[in-house]
Design a protein around this ligand. Structure first.
Ligand code: ZN
Length: 223
């Protein structure tokens, strides 16, 4: 089974991807992993990617398309795949449809996981990271009394900078950043989903509720 999963940051895409890969026995393909794999392989494509990333440039749509084609052609991908993080724009989606036609592959389901912006902000806002052990946690789960010590490693202070608290909110988890990323998803990635819908079955999945409830909705959509 070939599946594309799309969703804004904080909607639980990682957890749900894992569940689909486990239940359907397909290989999880994320753009980040694909880039890293290409670089590690030392192939001609990998060298190109390495040079571009070293220069701090973005990988072009064309190169990304070559990388995805290369990844989907590998033997392990013939058992089915779950693609996560690509295509991200309508232009990439159009190119991707052509690419799959060229490979003789199709998409069984496009999953669009979504939740209202306020809900996503509420979920992510309480998220803090521990400077000592790097564990990410949500302080909302701890009720009105916020812990001073990391519940995972017990640290109260940043081991590198005494006096600075171990638990902190990353810039990525601040409301303004979250709202900006949600806006990018709405303006760029949703049009990619609608372009894919012209060719493949698309399921909009309600991302509200527990991870188990969301997984059940996805399982029902995949059949
Ligand atoms: Zn910790």
């Amino acid at each position: 089974m070939n599946v594309i999963i799309m969703g804004p940051p904080g909607v639980g895409k990682g957890t749900q991807s894992h569940a689909v890969v486990t239940s359907k026995g397909c290989v999880h393909i994320s753009t980040g992993d694909t880039l890293r794999m290409a670089i590690r392989s030392g192939s001609e494509l990998g060298l190109k990617v390495h040079a571009i990333m070293n220069a701090g440039d973005l990988v072009s749509d064309e190169l990304m398309m070559d990388l995805v084609r290369d990844r989907l052609s590998q033997p392990d991908a013939q058992q089915g795949w779950l693609l996560d993080g690509f295509p991200r724009t309508a232009v990439q989606a159009e190119g991707f449809i052509g690419l799959l036609d060229g490979l003789g592959q199709t998409v069984d389901a496009v999953l669009v996981l979504n939740a209202p912006a306020d809900e996503i902000v509420r979920r992510l806002e309480g998220r803090v990271t521990c400077r000592a052990c790097n564990e990410v946690m949500n302080l909302k789960g701890f009720g009105p009394v916020q812990p001073r010590f990391c519940p995972f490693c017990g640290s109260a202070e940043d081991p590198q900078r005494p006096g600075k608290s171990a638990l902190y909110q990353r810039a990525d988890d601040k409301e303004e950043t979250i709202r900006h990323r949600l806006e990018v998803f709405r303006k760029k990635t949703l049009p990619a989903a609608w372009a894919l819908e012209e060719r493949y079955p698309l399921h909009e999945i309600d991302g509200l509720g527990t991870p188990e409830q969301v997984a059940d909705r996805i399982a029902a959509a995949l059949g």
